[in-house]
Design a protein around this ligand. Sequence first.
Ligand code: HEM
Length: 462
Amino acid sequence: MASSSGIAFMLTICGLPALAGYCYLFKQEKQRSRREYAVAEDYQDKHGPICQTKLWGRLVAVVTKPLLLTRLENELKVLHTSGPRQEKICMLTGIADAVRLTEVMEERMIPITFRELSPNGLLPSGLLTSFDKGLALAFATAPGHTDFTGAQNISLSEFVSYSVFYATAFSFFGPKFPVESHHDFSVLASNAHLLRSPISRWSLVSRKAHAARSAMMKTFSRFIEEWWYADGLDHIEGISPLMERVLQASKEEELTMEEAAGCLFVLFCDAVTNVTPMSFWAMAHVLKDHSIYRSLRHETRSQPASHLYGPLLESVVQETLRWAPSPQPTRQAVADADFALEGKRYRLKAGTQIVSDMSEYHFDMDLYPQPQIFQPKRFLGESLPLPRPFGEGKHMCKGMYLAVFQIKSFISNTLRSFDLRVMGCRATDTPTENHQQMGSIRALADMGDTSMDVAISVARRY
Ligand code: HEM
């Protein structure tokens, strides 16, 4: 899934500033100028809510209104997910011929995920409690195997990335999963853009990304190997019902062991790659404003550990889901389609990628006053429309309930376990892999440099 910043960047370098105005997420906390609003409005008046362009030789149509993608899917019947999904699977797993794997993911694994991660499936699965337990274990070691007994300065991005990775791996795969693979995962996550582009064929440029991907795939293959070949063994210690069902389905569908490992890895990536930056942004904004930090800490600490529903926490999470870049649902037109919409005529050519971008909606000043400013209390007591970072229609995110739980659990457990302080924004000579994964942190540093990070002091409370 392309990120909003990616599309904004692609549109900008294509010399289409008017279109770039559609997805200007990374001008965070700066007022969008009157001119930029006017340019975007002007574009919509002329061309309607779908903007078509060509990026690196590929036809792309960007849809900018809620529910429009669902409408096009239902009415045109030519928009499919399998093309973009297959690309994503190949990119993440390195499996060149992923046609069968993509089919199995769509027909078996996604419905399993939908059932297991629905509100009714989540509670009995034990996934939520084991995520909390995983966080406690991560806090005991992360990062760099420190125990945080005295106050220590660390990078917020590393702290978030390691904690979310550890807790998700623990809750999905149990205590036997080798969490030291976090290093390979970070390298892969921050270089995934290379694997996604034709540059991936230039081995000199993308060697690091290829190596990290092979290492992750080996980790997953080794993790399931014993179970895979031992017919009598029906359980991997501590594995979640979701992943157990995915493995059973892999055998039933006669996938290879590598393909089964690929299924686990792709679902794991779905669960970590978006929760990590969302948790980072939420935490960064809470720490940036000392009065918010104190109020949220008070709210969190005055409730029982299992309680994750304080009103301020709820508002901070919703504001993060509105403000932070979210992945963009993508479909592919498998045949030409002509249609009219809001008085404009469109023609989608077969092969066009349709990308839904909600940044125009999330930054609409009529819906959310001063949209560039992260306002932690924005959703307190207000009946504002809720953000829409999870896509829409039948392919809407299957892990949205888990995702919201993970972000809330990360913030609450961090505030309960530690006293934190921002020490400043730190420049590193060699940016660690996490920085790009987190996106630009200009909002705090305002220096336009992705090698910046937020340094925090962390001291364990008990
Ligand atoms: C804040 C975190 C997350 C965000 C913002 C997010 C967002 C999205 C978006 C935008 C889509 C595409 C929807 C579409 O094509 O219409 C998606 C799909 C998906 N997400 Fe998430 N997601 C998050 C967390 C998770 C988690 C924790 C899981 C757990 C495994 C997950 C599993 C999935 C799956 C399986 C799909 C594919 C659904 C399908 O094609 O039917 N996501 N997500």
